[in-house]
Design a protein around this ligand. Structure first.
Ligand SMILES: C[S@@+](CC[C@H](N)C(=O)[O-])C[C@H]1O[C@@H](n2cnc3c(N)ncnc32)[C@H](O)[C@@H]1O
Length: 199
């Protein structure tokens, strides 16, 4: 079963399932969104957990590969009075012309993207020269012990459930594609907030 089928199956329950983690991750989502400037694309918006942190006058387009999740996000934006556009799209094949956006934001997405390298190249393509990419991602820890005792067991659970690989080194991939301006590490590097520029 693909990640799309898996996320589509849990879309309606996603908020409830993630609620215990909100007190850890939502302040980080808020911080990630605070770096947004100008015309913005959010990739993998899911059910829209970041939406309440955007300023109401933001020029936002949000995509996700899973229509059921996107529909919940669209409804949330309507309630928040956000003037955002929503499109079903894969981050590996973004339906936007080159150099369309000032900012691209990704929040807990690259742990799942089947070909993350291709996703990074697409983000680079749609960013304007000097544009900013903001990544809030869960990643392999800097501590071998944390990886062994916590992330490997998590992977055994999350991979079959959501195609989520918590051991990915997304932070390294970002460094290979962008000029990193700010890199913050939380919980021993299990979560990282990275603000980077298209060179
Ligand atoms: C863990 S959820 C995070 C959702 C949201 N960004 C958040 O912070 O709660 C991962 C989301 O990324 C989406 N996703 C994963 N791979 C994708 C891809 N290749 N293209 C578009 N969306 C993708 C999934 O459908 C899912 O909604």
């Amino acid at each position: 079963m693909s990640f799309k089928a898996k996320y589509s199956r849990i879309a309606r329950h996603y908020e409830t399932l993630e609620r215990p983690l909100d007190r850890f991750f939502c302040p980080l989502r808020k911080k990630a969104v605070s770096f947004v400037e100008g015309k913005t694309l959010e990739v993998g918006v899911g059910v829209g957990k970041t939406l309440r942190y955007y300023l109401s006058d933001v020029e936002l387009c949000a995509v996700d590969a899973v229509p059921e999740a996107l529909e919940i996000a669209r409804e949330k934006a309507r309630r928040l009075n956000l003037n955002a556009c929503f499109k079903v799209a894969d981050v590996e094949r973004l339906p936007f012309p080159d150099e369309s956006f000032d900012t691209v934001l990704s929040s807990f997405v690259f742990c799942t993207v089947p070909n993350p390298e291709r996703g990074m190249r697409e983000i680079l393509r749609v960013l304007k020269p000097g544009g900013r990419a903001i990544f809030l991602e869960h990643t392999r820890s800097d501590s071998a012990l944390v990886n062994y005792l916590f992330l490997w067991p998590m992977k055994l659970l999350l991979k079959p459930l959501l195609d989520d690989d918590p051991l990915r080194e997304t932070h390294r991939l970002i460094g290979e594609h962008f000029k990193v301006e700010r890199a913050e590490s939380y919980y021993r590097g299990i979560v990282r907030l990275i603000v980077a520029r298209k060179g």
